[in-house]
Design a protein around this ligand. Structure first.
Ligand SMILES: [Zn+2]
Length: 77
């Protein structure tokens, strides 16, 4: 149980997961700040998050979806 994990620090992989999670659910304040903190200090994730945004925008346009701004009417299971 003694890993090198620093609380509050995300790995690049976790950052990637969070970015894609953000498509499906609102991130918590903690997650957002962790995400921002990681991206601010990680050049690779700065590039990746930009590419994510472009990919997501392209998918949204393709699916004629509205940007994920408002609440959706879908009911959770
Ligand atoms: Zn990173």
């Amino acid at each position: 149980m003694s890993s090198h994990d620093t609380p509050g620090r995300l790995t690049c992989r976790e950052t990637t997961y969070l970015v894609s999670d953000a498509r499906d659910r609102p991130l918590t304040d903690l997650e957002v700040s962790q995400l921002q903190a990681h991206i601010a200090g990680c050049a690779a994730c700065q590039v990746a998050s930009r590419q994510f945004a472009q990919v997501f925008a392209a998918v949204d346009a393709y699916l004629c979806r509205e940007p994920a701004a408002g609440r959706s009417a879908e009911q959770p299971k």
